[in-house]
Design a protein around this ligand. Structure first.
Ligand SMILES: Cc1cc2nc3c(=O)[nH]c(=O)nc-3n(C[C@H](O)[C@H](O)[C@H](O)COP(=O)(O)OP(=O)(O)OC[C@H]3O[C@@H](n4cnc5c(N)ncnc54)[C@H](O)[C@@H]3O)c2cc1C
Length: 405
């Protein structure tokens, strides 16, 4: 029995935040783009906040804007934050910095992941050359006659360029034979929406403890709801998950040093394993990996999808430039340039986050002392704080043009 064939110029496997942005950034190339995703497109959230959120940098915001998606994000569901407060739970060291210090209105926005995907889907819905096919799970991928071929639901999808945006367990990565050893970070993340007695005041807070960091990210709304991301050793996470609701809220409030007063968890508490991986290569013949398919980092600095969005921005830029030079959109040289521009940057970020996590796990009193003195020193130095604020805004590194105004 012959399969029905669906040909396009670009096949994007995965319509999450990275794949969705990739499709939207390619819409103006005129290339035919097909996005395949095993899940349905999420509806734009309109009730209580959904548990999975991301801290979106200024750079990612510009990419979403240039991709035509930002306008579909309801303003009342954006949680802009103007400052950051990071402190050592085992000492007196702290670092505070704010957007005003670098002449910005905010350092970023806390936004629900589902809202971002729904907005990206709306942005491409009117583009004739982009087809986003939800609930299509790809079972097999192979390369034949210079085309990538994906089999799903009895159909065969073919394209000379396959973009793997299919997350940490990427089938695209596996089909291309690219290795990506998975490293367990020894942490689990407890995630929930929390209500606080005191207003968050647009400040993203993070308390570092030996067991892991506890982050309270300011959400949209009445100023008294935040997103909790509490990274912990697995046995500690299990202990907390087994507590009664009231006991958990009491422990959470204590662990936050009551920085927002009493904390309550009105909805569900979810736990996620935190693993890290980095693909040995991002590209192969006619293939590029972006987002979590290429790299998974610890969520402690809220960088994961921001790196993924920069991948999409750089790859789209390289495709545009190659075409303007008369090259194919799947030319090997453009794929290599994409890899050169992104892999080293992502590796550096992964190492920096690993080092940061290790520094706060140290029990030695000498290291704790140096760590606290170091934080106090940083907190007094405006140039260093400017640098931190610029990093939080996502202004560092080799940015694609569309990650700027
Ligand atoms: C607790 C926690 C907090 C975080 N906080 C932040 C933060 O504040 N800021 C930040 O930048 N990052 C954060 N991250 C990281 C961020 O969530 C991820 O980097 C991001 O979700 C990855 O997006 P993606 O599109 O690359 O992959 P995914 O979201 O995994 O999307 C992959 C898509 O591919 C589809 N798919 C997979 N396989 C197939 C197949 N075979 N066929 C069809 N479709 C397929 C899936 O259905 C899915 O839609 C956090 C992560 C965690 C765990």
């Amino acid at each position: 029995m012959s399969e029905t064939i669906h040909d396009s110029d670009v096949l994007i496997l995965g319509g999450g935040m990275a794949g969705g942005l990739m499709a939207a950034l390619l819409a103006d190339t005129g290339l035919s783009v097909t996005v395949l995703d095993g899940a349905p497109v999420p509806a734009m959230p309109n009730q209580a906040p959904t548990a999975r959120v991301s801290a979106i940098t200024e750079a990612s915001h510009w990419l979403l804007r240039h991709a035509g998606a930002w306008q579909y994000l309801p303003a009342e569901r954006l949680g802009p934050y103007q400052s950051m407060h990071v402190w050592d739970g085992d000492g007196t060291g702290e670092v505070c910095f704010d957007a005003a210090g670098v002449g910005a209105e905010q350092l970023g926005w806390i936004i629900e992941n589902d809202a971002i995907v729904a907005a990206l889907h709306q942005a491409v819905a009117a583009q004739e050359n982009v087809q986003w096919l939800p609930s299509v799970r790809v079972r097999a991928l192979r390369r034949d006659n210079d085309l990538w071929q994906a089999t799903a639901g009895g159909l065969l999808y073919r394209a000379p360029l396959l973009i793997g945006a299919d997350g940490a367990r990427s089938l695209a990565r596996e089909a291309a034979g690219i290795s990506a050893p998975v490293r367990d970070t020894g942490h689990r993340a407890l995630v929930a929406t929390v209500k606080s007695d005191k207003p968050h005041g647009g400040c993203a807070r993070q308390r570092f403890m030996e067991t892991g960091p506890l982050a309270l990210l300011p959400l949209f709304g009445d100023g008294q709801q935040s997103s909790l991301v509490w990274s912990l050793w697995p046995e500690e996470a299990r202990r907390l998950m087994a507590l009664s609701h009231q006991e958990f809220e009491r422990e959470l409030t204590l662990a936050s040093e009551e920085c927002l007063g009493q904390l309550r968890v009105p909805g569900e508490l979810k736990a996620f394993p935190i693993r890290e991986l980095h693909a040995s290569e991002y590209v192969r013949e006619g293939l590029a990996l972006i987002g979590d398919a290429a790299h998974v980092v610890h969520p402690l600095a809220g960088q994961g999808i921001n790196l993924g969005m920069l991948d999409a921005g750089v790859l789209a830029e390289e495709i545009h430039q190659a075409r303007s030079r008369g090259l194919n959109h799947f030319d090997d040289s453009l794929l290599r340039r994409y890899q050169r521009r992104r892999r080293a940057h992502n590796a550096l970020m992964q190492r920096a986050l690993g080092g940061f996590k290790m520094l706060f796990e140290q029990r030695s009193p000498e290291i704790r002392l140096v760590r606290n003195l170091g934080m106090r020193w940083v907190n007094r130095l405006s140039p260093v704080k400017h640098m931190l604020a610029r990093e939080a805004l996502g202004r560092g590194g080799d940015l694609p043009r569309r990650a700027r105004p």
